[in-house]
Design a protein around this ligand. Structure first.
Ligand SMILES: C[C@@]1(CC(=O)O)c2cc3[nH]c(cc4nc(cc5[nH]c(cc(n2)[C@H]1CCC(=O)O)[C@@](C)(CC(=O)O)[C@@H]5CCC(=O)O)C(CC(=O)O)=C4CCC(=O)O)c(CCC(=O)O)c3CC(=O)O
Ligand SMILES: NC(=O)C1=CN([C@@H]2O[C@H](COP(=O)(O)OP(=O)(O)OC[C@H]3O[C@@H](n4cnc5c(N)ncnc54)[C@H](O)[C@@H]3O)[C@@H](O)[C@H]2O)C=CC1
Length: 277
């Protein structure tokens, strides 16, 4: 499907690397729990600022389960950014039922160029959250750029249905293979870089996700010895990798082929029965 190119009115889609950075979440309710969930995956250090009485059960559970990754400051924010040390944070998220407080935190962050998201005030956000699909290293974010969050969730469901479930494993194996390949043929850019990229591209085009996901340590070495070193991409079966029946075949079998077979069998049986009569 060709989509028309649109310039302007969009936002930059990036995969923000937050490992080891400090993220402040002000609030501890339903939305804060979703923020904690989203940020935990990044290996950032999270501070949740809210009184214990305002923690919902999910946020409470995260704090209990990840004591080294999450610090809970059990107090009300009294709108004193200096006391809080706001400048020490790399990102601030507000999830408050107090829009004026949210607005003032946003303003302080903007003045000090700290990226900020306020769940209740889209125009003040530096970035929006989106609907997410994750499968290992595969991350898909669906954004409607603030227009229709529920529709983002519905588009996500459509995309999930179109995935085979093999993508995450395949990407993880390709990632491991690329590391070994770069050790074998090191260097940034230049002829080596070009050759590496051409070979990896050919491999990804010729093997499918299921086959890539079946690579293991031994077959990776074999693939490099017999493929990379000889400047070609062997087919998966040459390395003993067999393609399994697509998962999508089963729903097809149940939904269309099986009912037709049953219908045909019933038809034949009734003909035989009628003839006998
Ligand atoms: C701008 C943004 C700021 C931000 O949060 O970063 C924002 C803002 C607001 N959302 C509101 C309402 C709802 N939000 C959801 C759900 C989600 N909202 C998410 C993101 C975003 N929400 C950002 C834009 C993302 C985009 O457009 O693509 C998702 C995708 C991701 C996430 O939250 O992590 C997550 C789905 C995740 C999933 O299921 O996969 C539902 C549905 C539900 O809860 O089931 C409803 C009720 C139905 C509806 O309104 O659509 C309101 C109150 C409106 C009012 O008062 O009327 C505001 C404030 C406003 O708009 O003023
Ligand atoms: N972005 C989004 O997807 C959505 C945003 N919202 C908006 O997000 C906001 C938060 O929603 P919920 O989490 O459901 O609310 P909630 O009522 O569950 O949580 C509010 C939190 O704010 C905390 N809080 C209030 N004053 C505080 C202070 N001075 N210092 C520290 N913590 C304080 C409370 O302790 C509580 O944890 C609401 O304004 C809501 O309208 C609502 C739905 C979706």
């Amino acid at each position: 499907m060709d989509m028309p190119t649109q310039r302007g009115s969009g936002s930059l889609l990036v995969a923000w690397q937050l490992a080891g950075k400090n993220v402040l979440i002000v609030g501890g309710g339903e939305i804060a729990s979703q923020r904690v969930d989203s940020v935990l995956v990044t290996d950032a250090h999270i501070t949740v600022l809210t009184p214990s009485s305002g923690l919902n059960p999910r946020t409470q559970r995260f704090i209990a389960e990840y004591p080294t990754q999450i610090t809970h400051l059990d107090k009300k924010y009294d709108n004193n950014p200096a006391e809080l040390g706001l400048l020490n944070y790399d990102m601030v998220l507000t999830a408050l039922d107090d829009v004026e407080l949210s607005r003032s935190i946003c303003q302080y962050c903007r003045d000090h160029r700290i990226p900020v998201n306020a769940a209740d005030i889209p125009p003040l956000c530096d970035f929006y959250f989106g609907s997410q699909i994750r499968d290992g290293p595969l991350q898909i974010m669906i954004s409607t750029n603030g227009n229709g969050p529920k529709l983002a969730n519905l588009v996500k469901r459509k995309i999930v249905q179109s995935l085979s479930g093999n993508e995450g494993a395949a990407i993880q194996k390709v990632g491991a293979l690329r590391v070994i390949l770069k050790e074998r043929a090191p260097g940034v850019g230049g002829d080596n870089g070009k050759r590496r990229m051409a070979w990896m591209t050919k491999l990804c085009n010729e093997w499918d996700m299921d086959e890539l996901g079946k690579l293991d340590d031994d077959s990776m070495i074999k693939l490099l010895n017999e493929g990379w070193e000889k400047n070609h991409v062997p087919p998966p079966h040459a390395l003993g990798i067999k393609h399994s029946v697509e998962m999508t075949f089963y729903p097809m079998l149940v939904n269309s082929i099986l009912p037709s077979l049953i219908g045909f069998a019933v038809g034949v049986a009734s003909c035989v029965w009628l003839r006998k009569k």
